[in-house]
Design a protein. Structure first.
Length: 358
C-alpha cells in the first residue's frame, strides 16, 4: 500500500496534474502523439484555461437520504468547474483561478485562486455565506509550507519538477503504446470532426474506449503494461522520489501482480459487465503547429447499477494551452498582508490546515 497523503499534498499534486494536462502526415497516430508528448516536456511557460462539466447526472438514493441525494444530484448536474491560469518554469510559479458555478434554486459562483512556487502553496478562502466562515480568513490566502508539511510527515520535501514529471509521462506512454493495439484505440481526425474550435490546433489524435473494449484493455494492463511500469520505477530513483514511492511498495505491487490469477481477473470483469450497462470514453489530443500538445478533451458517458441502485451521467473535461514558451502574465505570489500562516491561524483559534494539525 502506498503511503496516505494529506489533503494539502493531494491538492498540490492535483494542481501539477492540471498544469500538465498542460509531425508529418505520414506518421502513425501513435508516433504523432509520442512525438508531441516528448516535445511538450520542453515547455518552459504557458497560459491555460479549462473546464469540467457534469451532465444528466443521476446518483443512487437510499430510503434514508433520498431527498438529500436528489438535491446533491440536481446541484452537480448543473455544476461547471472552470479554471484559468499559467505556469513558469524558472523561477517556478504556477497559478490557477478555480471557479465553481451552479445553477437553479441554489445558484452560486465560487472563485478560488491557487498559487504555488517550489516551496509554498497558497489557497484563497472564498466568501461562502452558508458555511459561516470566520471573517478573519475570508479573502485571505491560507499558506501551506510544503517543506514543513513534508518534515511533519517524516519525509523529504518533494521536488516540484515539471520536466521530470513530463519525462515520466513520456516513458509510461511509450510502454502503453508498445502494448495496445493502435488500430483499435487511436486514430487521426481533423480538428473540425473532433469539434475543436481552437485555431492553433493543427493535428488531432483521438482515443476511444467502449465497454466491450475494457476487458482486453484490462488484461493488457495487468499482464503487460503494469509489470513494465513497475520495472521502470524500480530502475529510476528520480521517478520514485517524484511519486514518493518506496521500492518496497513496488516490490509488493509486483508480487500482487504475479499472484493474481486469470480466474480472479475474469470474475472481476464479469461483475463489471453486469454492473455497467454503458461506458464510452472519447478523448482528443490537439497538437499545434510547433508540435506541442496544446489542447485536450475527454468525455466519459456511463450508466450502471449495483444492488438495485442505478447511476448514470456524463462528464467532460477540456483544457487548452496558449502562449507556450512565451511571456506569460502571472499575478505573482500573494502579499504578506494577504496571507495567513499556520501560526497565525492557531493564534486566531482556528485549527491548523497541514501536518499533524489535520
Amino acid at each position: 500500500m502506498l503511503k496516505q497523503k494529506s489533503v494539502w499534498a493531494m491538492l498540490a499534486t492535483l494542481l501539477v496534474m492540471i498544469l500538465l494536462a498542460g509531425c508529418s502526415s505520414s506518421k502513425s497516430p501513435e508516433e504523432t502523439l509520442q512525438d508531441a508528448l516528448k516535445k511538450s516536456s520542453q515547455m518552459t511557460s504557458y497560459s491555460m484555461k479549462g473546464s469540467l462539466q457534469l451532465s444528466d447526472l443521476k446518483l443512487p438514493a437510499s430510503a434514508a437520504d433520498g431527498d438529500n441525494t436528489s438535491m446533491v444530484s440536481s446541484m452537480l448536474s448543473t455544476a461547471e468547474i472552470s479554471w484559468t491560469g499559467g505556469y513558469r518554469k524558472d523561477p517556478m510559479l504556477a497559478e490557477v483561478n478555480l471557479q465553481i458555478a451552479t445553477k437553479g434554486d441554489l445558484a452560486m459562483t465560487i472563485t478560488v485562486p491557487i498559487i504555488m512556487n517550489d516551496q509554498k502553496l497558497w489557497v484563497k478562502v472564498p466568501n461562502i455565506p452558508m458555511l459561516g466562515l470566520p471573517a478573519e480568513i475570508v479573502g485571505k490566502y491560507i499558506e501551506v509550507d510544503l517543506k514543513k508539511l513534508a518534515e511533519q510527515q517524516g519525509e523529504q520535501m518533494p521536488k516540484l519538477d515539471i520536466g521530470t514529471t513530463q519525462k515520466l509521462v513520456n516513458d509510461v506512454s511509450a510502454i502503453v503504446f508498445k502494448h495496445i493495439d493502435e488500430d483499435t484505440y487511436l486514430k487521426d481526425v481533423s480538428a473540425k470532426d473532433a469539434g475543436i474550435a481552437s485555431d492553433g490546433v493543427q493535428k488531432v489524435v483521438q482515443t476511444h474506449v467502449t465497454k466491450d473494449q475494457v476487458e482486453p484493455l484490462i488484461k493488457t494492463v495487468v499482464n503487460d503494461i503494469a509489470p513494465e511500469v513497475i520495472d521502470l520505477l524500480s530502475k529510476n530513483e528520480e521517478y520514485r522520489k517524484l511519486l514518493k514511492i518506496e521500492q518496497s511498495d513496488l516490490d509488493q505491487a509486483k508480487k500482487n501482480l504475479s499472484e493474481s490469477k486469470d480466474g480472479e481477473i475474469s470474475k472481476n470483469l464479469e461483475e463489471f459487465k453486469k454492473g455497467v450497462q454503458t461506458l464510452d470514453i472519447l478523448s482528443n489530443i490537439g497538437i499545434d503547429g510547433k508540435g506541442y500538445v496544446s489542447y485536450s478533451d475527454a468525455k466519459i458517458t456511463f450508466a450502471g447499477q449495483d444492488a438495485g441502485q442505478s447511476a448514470s451521467g456524463s462528464v467532460k473535461v477540456v483544457q487548452e494551452l496558449t502562449d507556450i514558451n512565451g511571456d506569460v502574465k502571472l499575478s505573482g505570489e500573494p502579499k504578506a498582508e494577504e496571507v495567513l500562516t499556520e501560526d497565525q491561524l492557531n493564534q486566531l483559534g482556528l485549527p491548523g490546515l497541514s501536518g499533524n494539525s489535520m
